[in-house]
Design a protein around this ligand. Structure first.
Ligand code: FE2
Length: 309
């Protein structure tokens, strides 16, 4: 049996009205890879989907009971130009950064970090056995905000509102809003929606979404379907369903084909050029060269130390 930290739930204060659901454009199977010091993960949102899913740059899913798959962790490494959102379903990770910040990320908690002008940090497992499972999402920053002062927020499980639905489902609202409940984080410009939805078999989940947002679901347990008749698409576990951007669609209606758990993520696209070199995401190649020079000359730590806290 799976265990989960019991959380207080809050009642829905509004219903989500959806007249016409988006459908699934395509189903994506991630790519098995490793990152950091040999951490095994699945890259679900890969570089070739950055335009299609603008403002999202990457989604990694990790989930393993084998310590060899995670024990190396992610030693010191830099970021510039975007935000990282790490959501832990199980396990304990200690993070430290160049500004002297430190925190523990564990069961049901999340960390929202704006790398902005530059952060050097590490994310290391604080366990020697047991399960490690979660996700890291990269959210782009608008050109005007890429060199903003870095900051982060630790959100323990109880800081993420969990909405109890009438049908027995729950929605954890990391960002945006659902069923009248505001999420733990609100961000300007990209206006991200980040929900973790648990739904019993046979039940339905509705979420209104702004028409302009790019959106996708990622199923991590069970299976769901979206759409009806010839438009019906099934999304299995460990698959991402990219949602279409039909003009008249005002949200998404998800059917639980079995007991299902999935992320629903959406955001307003930036429509700006993307220049990525590993952990740096800027708008032009020149900015990437400048970033590499800043990092080489040790200016990231100074940036973080002078603005962090
Ligand atoms: Fe990182």
């Amino acid at each position: 049996m799976e265990t989960r930290t019991p959380l207080d739930t809050v009642p829905a204060t509004a219903q989500e009205t959806v007249q016409r659901s988006r459908t699934v454009d395509r189903v994506v199977r991630g790519i098995a890879t490793s990152d950091g010091a040999g951490v095994k993960l699945t890259r679900v949102l890969t570089q070739n989907l950055q335009r299609r899913l603008d403002p999202f740059l990457m989604l990694d899913a990790f989930g393993t009971d084998s310590k060899d798959d995670y024990i190396g962790g992610f030693p010191d490494h830099p970021h510039r130009g975007f935000e990282t959102i790490t959501y832990m379903l199980a396990g304990r990770m200690r993070h430290r950064d160049s500004a002297g910040n430190e925190g523990l990320l564990q069961n049901g908690g999340a960390q929202w970090m704006v790398a902005g002008a530059g952060v050097v940090h590490s994310e290391m497992p604080e366990q020697e056995d047991g399960r490690m499972e979660g996700f890291q999402l990269w959210l782009n920053l608008p050109a005007a905000d890429k060199m903003t002062a870095p900051w982060y927020r630790d959100m323990p499980a109880e800081a993420i509102p969990t909405v109890a639905l009438d049908n027995g489902g729950t929605v954890r609202v990391l960002a945006g809003a659902s069923h009248g409940v505001a999420g733990a984080v609100t961000r300007p410009v990209t206006e991200p929606v980040y929900l973790d939805v648990h739904l019993p078999a046979g039940q339905q989940f509705r979420q209104a979404l702004p028409a302009g947002h790019n959106a996708f679901v990622y199923v991590y347990r069970g299976e769901l379907s979206i759409g009806e008749g010839s438009e019906k698409a099934v999304v299995d576990a460990q698959r991402m369903g990219v949602l279409d951007n039909a003009d008249k669609a005002d949200g998404v209606i998800v059917n639980a084909e079995s007991d299902v758990r999935f992320l629903l993520i959406a955001g307003q696209p930036l429509g700006e050029p993307i220049a990525q070199y590993g952990p740096f995401v800027m708008n032009t190649q020149e900015q990437i060269y400048q970033t590499l020079a800043d990092f080489r000359d040790g200016r990231f730590a100074t940036i973080a130390a002078s603005t962090g806290g």
